[in-house]
Design a protein. Structure first.
Length: 1047
């Protein structure tokens, strides 16, 4: 029984070896990915790599996560994107007949690329591309960089796995496995195809072995690895020495460093209306110059531990590249970033400045309430305490050039000035800085000759002057013409720029709150004394501008209406009109008074009087139907019933409205619904202006009928007999228009249009309820007092953050125009900048145009600092590009670079100033060469210096190194030597050039020899050595013939 149980247990312990292990699943997943990406099988040959293609071509990457057990790996396919449209490689066709001889002779593509001589040292490529020259490869790395593969057994297991997968799928793309820490960039790999196996190995050390620090020792290592014989082909060698210029002389920097301790009064106010521009530190950190000996035989160059003839002056090829400083601090970007930070604040002025600050300006809050009530009832003379505590009412500010000055008793006395000064000095902005800023915002307060007057008309873009002083169209006029901003150099524009300066230089949020508070006080002062606000233009609010600009225009409209009303009151002799809300109706007392005046006038002149009219009208009008408020005759039109001439009445101007009030009015109308009652109420709300015009028309044309009003107001709704709609009886046209002359003196015959005859028509109802009241006696359609108080309340309720939010479109508008002032921008490329670029152009000017278009679209949305963040970053990138270009031009071209950016270089400046050639054709050609060098340095990752070490560009570079070396000696105050800091010691016999010691040395060795036996096919082999400070790397690609491998 026990024996039977033991047999049963043995049966259950049988292991099923057909079940796939985790290792086999991993290999199978790699194979599936290779098939999915169509990398398996024989692939058609590709065209050879062109010169520099590995550095300039665009690369494509495909990623997939593959797990080995529970450990995730990232498998990545790197390949060049071909310029020509190529169809994706198809799966190999097993029925296709191949020439076996040709296939056996053709090597895999990666071996041909490995021996390519035109891409030895690519300036910008993947590290494996630089070391092995492959145009296509697969890399396997841990998905989590924090868990590297450091165990040698795991490294060999992964390499064996990808080798099996490549062999099973016949994949001829090399595969690499990343081992050790990711920062060390250590890979091992394998490449298979056409009976060839290539092993990719690597040595990574902190310091080079003595025998590997020169070319002779590296050749010995290479030959020993290949077991070369005397009859083997010579080794082809490419050598590259790199020299780095890190410390620039102070004369090679263009931006004048700002004086952070200086105040605005010390610097002056000439640049107050201009945003700053430029980098605070040199945006170019390093200049790399490489001397290259490309692909020469090993017998040509001598480089050993005792002697070396690798002098950069003897190198046939010189290249240069710029290393830009990462995110250099720039003034314009700092201003915009700090402005955005203030926009995100939700604090009020009282919360920022504290109640004590506002209490100092007016210690009695109850008195402020009484003042607000007084404003609504309009006292004849404001009290003296209403103007106490306002900096804008100092003696300088009180000398205004306007004709309607305040009475003498409103001028502050000495005690008031002292209170103003003490209150302002307690704020974040000192009074000696605050007053000039406010004078800049409101220049009319300085007198008849202000320092910074506003232009008569405000345009969307500043004036654009050529180098000859001629005026041309601004290059950004088209994209900025529809931007919802404010006029260039207007009040809102200046306020936004001034707030940027104040935020950056005078205390951030608190300084912005102080300035905004003073601006609101100034606007309140101007309303109380009927002084127009400058720099916002006249007329009704422009709905195409920002809301803040509309509010200021609304305030100007209120001031203008108030001035006109008060002047009309003074002319008519109505000095007793003291209340704003006192309106006149056609009452009996007024009619009797007018009747007496009319009778007296008729007795004196013997005829009828047309009050406010533009002509006669019939004499002998009775007192109850006497015409009033006539403007002029409406052509030859006559009233239908009386035959009297038809007069155009004096009507009230339409009420100005801002976009927020317009939206509120629209919402209110929509909330009424769509039923008959809602439609009736909606029509009633919209008929206020129509009622006013009808009453004015009745007053100017006694005895008129609705048909007469329609003929003048809406001629299309009058149909003549035998004619069509819109005839208008030979006159009319539209409101306030003068009809063409009609020779007929008889009233025309006709009727109202169909829509005017519908029962319950609103026009008929309004006409029947209208009374003959002239416009000057009607209730105002627009209450200027209430409108001004609403505007001032809205402005006063804004905190500094909210006010800056409303200024965001204008500030960004000013920043874009500030960028356009740098003329150098329009000649710079933008191919290397991470900015939005149009397809038809790759210049920085086109990038700025795209930014302007985005800003225009964003300005029509509610201001949101988060939405503007991306645009500010793009503006900062453009500023950094221009500042970088200015720095390079000054270094290469010297003081006469004409970069157009705020220069500040001193001394001789750039390298081209030393030993410069004279003018004429030679000088212009030399300058053209250097201009081209500057553009290529900014546009390309690496450029070739024409003429090698003896060319004009190379001489300029050598002078830069010489100046830096001399400057370092002066700074160190020691003799020093020609070995630059950071350079690695070279061989004892190596010469020291004017460029100093090389910081980096690269050696590329390759040859074609049979391996692993003399009977094998000749195969390519390659070894790449890199010697840097603190790093030695030796990479090798050694091939073996897997078919003829036996001796």
């Amino acid at each position: 029984m026990e024996t039977q149980d033991a047999d049963d247990q043995e049966v259950f312990e049988i292991v099923d070896f057909t079940t796939a292990s985790e290792w086999e699943c991993f290999i199978a997943t790699v194979e599936e990915t290779i098939h999915e990406w169509r990398l398996s099988g024989e692939r058609p040959p590709q065209s050879p790599l062109t010169r520099g293609q590995l550095a300039t071509a665009r690369w494509r990457e495909k990623n997939v996560v593959i797990k080995f057990a529970d450990f995730p790996f990232m498998l990545t396919h790197h390949s060049i994107i071909s310029d020509t449209a190529e169809s994706p490689p198809e799966e190999p066709d097993t029925n296709t007949d191949y020439d076996s001889d040709d296939e056996s002779k053709r090597l895999p593509q990666f071996l041909e690329d490995m021996m390519n001589r035109d891409n030895d040292f690519p300036a910008r490529a993947h590290c494996l591309v630089r070391w092995y020259g492959a145009r296509e490869m697969l890399t396997l790395a841990p998905a989590n960089p924090r868990t590297p593969i450091t165990c040698p057994s795991k490294s060999r297991l992964l390499l064996s796995s990808v080798t099996i997968a490549a062999n099973n799928t016949n994949c001829q793309v090399p595969l690499f496995v990343q081992v050790h820490q990711g920062s060390s960039r250590v890979y091992v790999g394998v490449g298979l195809g056409s009976g060839v196996r290539t092993d990719f190995n690597m040595v990574y050390l902190k310091h080079p072995p003595p025998q590997c620090s020169h070319l002779a020792g590296l050749l010995d290592v290479f030959r020993s690895k290949l077991q070369c014989t005397v009859t083997s082909q010579p080794v082809l060698v490419s050598v590259r020495f790199t020299y780095v210029l890190k410390e620039w002389p102070h004369t090679l920097w263009t931006q004048q460093p700002p004086d952070f301790d200086a105040t605005l009064t010390e610097v002056g106010f000439s640049d107050l209306g201009k945003l700053p521009f430029g980098a605070l530190s040199d945006p170019v950190s390093e200049l790399h110059v490489s001397a290259t000996w490309p692909c020469v035989s090993e017998d040509v160059l001598v480089d050993s531990d005792v002697y070396s003839d690798l002098d950069p002056v003897s190198a046939p090829l010189w290249t240069a590249r710029l290393i830009a400083a990462p995110s250099p601090p720039c003034l314009l970007s700092e201003y915009l970033t700090e402005f955005l930070d203030v926009c995100r604040s939700n604090l009020s002025i009282a919360q920022v400045l504290g109640p004590a600050f506002l209490h100092d300006l007016d210690p009695d809050p109850d008195h402020q309430i009484s003042l607000a009530l007084d404003r609504l009832t309009k006292p004849a003379v404001p009290s003296l305490s209403a103007v106490v505590g306002r900096v804008r009412r100092s003696t300088t500010r009180q000398q205004k050039q306007h004709s309607n000055k305040p009475p003498p008793q409103q001028q502050p006395n000495t005690n008031t000035q002292q209170q103003q000064q003490s209150g302002s000095e307690s704020g974040p902005i000192p009074i000696d800085i605050l007053v000039p800023i406010l004078n800049y915002l409101f220049p009319d307060a300085e007198g008849e000759q202000p320092s910074f007057p506003y232009q008569a008309t405000l345009s969307q873009v500043p004036e654009w002057l050529t180098e000859d002083g001629d005026t041309q169209e601004h290059p950004l006029k088209s994209p900025l013409s529809n931007m919802k901003s404010s006029g260039s150099d207007g009040l809102v524009w200046r306020l936004g720029v001034s707030l940027c300066h104040v935020i950056h230089c005078l205390g951030g949020l608190a300084a912005a709150a102080h300035l905004w508070h003073e601006v609101v006080l100034e606007l309140r002062f101007r309303w109380e004394h009927c002084v127009a606000v400058p720099g916002v233009g006249g007329g009704p609010p422009d709905l195409a501008s920002t809301l803040l600009h509309q509010k200021l225009q609304m305030l100007n409209c209120c001031i203008a209406r108030r001035n006109a009303r008060e002047q009309a009151t003074n002319v008519s002799g109505c000095e007793d009109m003291e209340e704003d809300e006192e309106f006149f109706e056609c009452e009996e007392e007024v009619e009797e008074e007018e009747e007496e005046r009319s009778s007296s006038s008729n007795n004196n002149r013997g005829g009828g009087v047309v009050r406010g009219g533009a002509g006669g009208g019939g004499a002998g009008w009775s007192s109850w139907d006497r015409p009033e408020g006539r403007l002029k005759r409406c052509g030859t039109l006559r009233l239908l019933h009386t035959g009297e001439p038809l007069y155009i009445p004096v009507t009230q101007d339409p009420a100005p409205v801002t976009e927020d009030r317009l939206e509120e009015h629209t919402d209110a109308l929509l909330r009424l619904g769509t039923d008959s009652l809602g439609s009736h109420l909606r029509a009633r709300l919209m008929s206020a202006a129509l009622l006013s015009d009808m009453e004015s028309f009745k007053a100017a044309n006694p005895g008129a009928a609705l048909e007469d009003f329609v003929r003048w107001y809406s001629p299309r709704d009058w149909i003549e007999e035998g004619g069509t709609e819109g005839g208008g009886g030979g006159g009319g046209g539209s409101k306030d228009s003068q009809a063409p002359p009609n020779p007929s003196s008889h009233p025309p015959q006709g009727s109202l249009s169909t829509r005017m005859q519908i029962p319950g028509n609103m026009w008929k109802e309004v006409w029947n309820s209208a009374k003959p009241v002239p416009a000057r006696r009607q209730k105002r359609l627009f209450d200027d007092t209430r409108g001004a108080e609403e505007v001032l309340h809205w402005l006063g309720s804004l905190g500094p953050g909210a006010a800056c939010c409303h200024l965001l479109p204008t500030v960004l508008h000013a920043a874009i125009c500030r960028l356009a002032q740098e003329r150098l921008l329009f000649s710079l490329p933008a191919s290397t900048t991470p900015l939005p670029q149009p397809r038809h152009s790759n210049t920085l000017a086109s990038v700025l145009n795209v930014i302007a278009q985005r800003a225009t679209r964003l300005s029509r949305q509610p201001p949101d600092p988060d939405k503007y963040q991306e645009l500010v970053e793009q503006v900062a990138e453009v500023e950094a590009c221009v500042a970088r270009a200015q720095s390079v031009r000054h270094k290469i071209l010297g003081d006469n670079s004409g970069s157009g950016g705020g220069g500040g270089g001193t001394g001789n400046g750039g390298a081209s100033c030393d030993g410069g050639e004279g003018g004429g054709e030679g000088g212009s050609e030399r300058r053209s060469t250097l201009e081209d060098l500057v553009l290529r340095l900014l546009d390309s990752p690496e450029v070739t210096l024409e003429g090698g070490p003896r060319g004009e560009a190379a001489r300029v570079v050598q002078r830069l190194f010489q100046q830096a070396y001399k400057a370092s000696l002066l700074l160190d105050d020691s003799p020093g030597d020609s070995e630059g800091d950071g350079g690695i010691p070279g061989p004892a016999g190596s010469p020291v050039s004017e460029l100093g010691r090389p910081v980096g040395r690269e050696y590329l060795l390759r040859t074609t020899v049979p391996a692993p036996s003399p009977a094998s096919r000749p195969l390519p082999h390659r070894m790449f050595a890199v010697l840097l400070p603190g790093e030695f790397r030796l990479t090798g690609a050694f091939s073996q013939d897997t078919i003829f491998c036996a001796l």
